[in-house]
Ligand binder design. Structure first.
Ligand code: NAI
Ligand code: 13P
Length: 333
């Protein structure tokens, strides 16, 4: 029996994952914007989020959530973190029992500090939960360039059963049962990408970028392990892999925010000029709160928090970095 997939979210990543899945299974993509739905169905293009890219003709979109959800054997959710709860609450009215729910979203809920799979568990108890995450810039994947990703669920049998829905020759999907680690890797690398962008915007060198990425990964791993993730996950695709892609790609929205901060622009202006989401801006306060609860020192995240709150300029932060004390690489503090 072929599994039917419903995917919620017609942005760049939701549309990309729907295109990938459409090669393997019947899929219905829900987008709230009627013009986006019409463009996908009639012209096979998502003009707003992936302009100039042809989508597979098999990909069907709808503006009616019931149509995407009621017949789904697997539900995939790719709306930004600030909309995730509301969209799930609506999906709940149509979803059949026990359908697995996979998150594509690399953010945290601001008020509750929860991961997206924790929201799924709250709102849809009993449904198996998972994430698809890794170094996956949407435009490159739509351009047919090879990429690897991770499908993570705690149940090894379920994750293996769902892997073929997402895997293809050019989109290589590994499995991992460290759900918390994989999910946090995707959230936390956004913060480091903002820091790296700030350095790039200020004209810092390649050595500086390498130092920030390496120390950033150390921070990510410290918090992730304290929260219950496995250290090796943060050295894999969902950790280091995604960190490298996001910190070095001109396509990254989080890095873009950092670059503009480095050039001296105000955070509100940068965000107002973007029509896409940069999750790291929203998650920075939550990451700082999580670090505090777990007693983890995260100096890079603190700097990004200050910059994204408009408390200190990128220039002040970089001057401060050079003055801060350094200790044992493996045992900070
Ligand atoms: N674009 C990329 O390359 C990748 C993005 N991601 C993650 O995927 C998530 C979504 O990102 P993108 O698709 O890139 O964002 P985007 O900014 O391209 O699109 C966001 C989409 O969500 C929709 N949306 C927002 N609020 C909504 C609501 N209340 N109801 C219905 N739809 C709503 C918007 O209309 C838009 O279609 C983010 O958490 C991001 O970190 C993950 C991997 C790659
Ligand atoms: O998560 C991503 C790549 O894996 C996309 O990064 P941005 O959200 O910074 O564009």
């Amino acid at each position: 029996m072929r599994l039917r997939v419903g995917l919620l979210g017609g942005g760049s990543w939701g549309t990309t994952v729907a295109s990938v899945v459409s090669r393997n299974a019947p899929i219905t993509l829900w987008a709230r914007d009627a013009a986006t739905v019409d463009g996908i169905n009639r012209l096979h293009e998502n003009h707003k989020y992936l302009p100039g890219i042809k989508l597979p003709p098999a990909l069907r979109a709808t503006a009616d959530m019931a149509e995407a959800v009621a017949g789904a054997d697997v539900l995939v959710v790719g709306v930004p973190s600030h909309s995730f709860r509301a969209v799930l609450e609506e999906a709940k009215r149509h979803l059949r029992p026990w359908v697995p729910v996979i998150s594509l979203t690399k953010g945290l809920e601001l008020d509750t500090e929860k991961r997206m799979t924790e929201l799924i568990e709250d709102i849809l108890p009993g449904h198996p939960v998972g994430v698809l995450t890794g170094p996956n810039l949407a435009r490159e994947i739509m351009g047919g360039q090879a990429a690897a990703s991770v499908l993570s669920m705690e149940d090894e049998i379920v994750v293996r059963a769902l892997q073929p829905l997402f895997h293809s020759g050019l989109f290589r999907v590994y499995t991992n049962t460290d759900l918390l680690g994989c999910e946090l890797g995707g959230v936390l690398k956004n913060i480091v990408a903002i820091a790296v962008g700030m350095g790039d915007g200020l004209g810092a060198g390649d050595n500086t970028r390498a130092a920030l990425m390496t120390r950033g990964l150390a921070e990510i791993t410290r918090l992730g392990v304290a929260m219950g993730g496995r250290a090796e996950t943060f050295a894999g695709l969902a950790g280091m892999g995604d960190l490298i892609a996001t910190c070095t790609s001109a396509l990254s929205r989080n890095r873009h925010v950092g670059v503009e901060l480095g050039r001296g622009r105000a955070i509100d202006d940068i965000v107002a000029d973007m029509h896409m989401v940069a999750e790291g801006v929203k998650s920075a306060p939550t990451v700082i709160a999580l670090a505090r609860h777990h007693g983890i020192d995260m100096p890079i995240a603190r700097d990004v928090f200050d910059a994204t709150q408009g408390r200190r300029s990128a220039q002040e932060i970089f001057r401060g970095l050079l003055r801060s004390s350094v200790g044992d690489e493996a045992h900070p503090g």
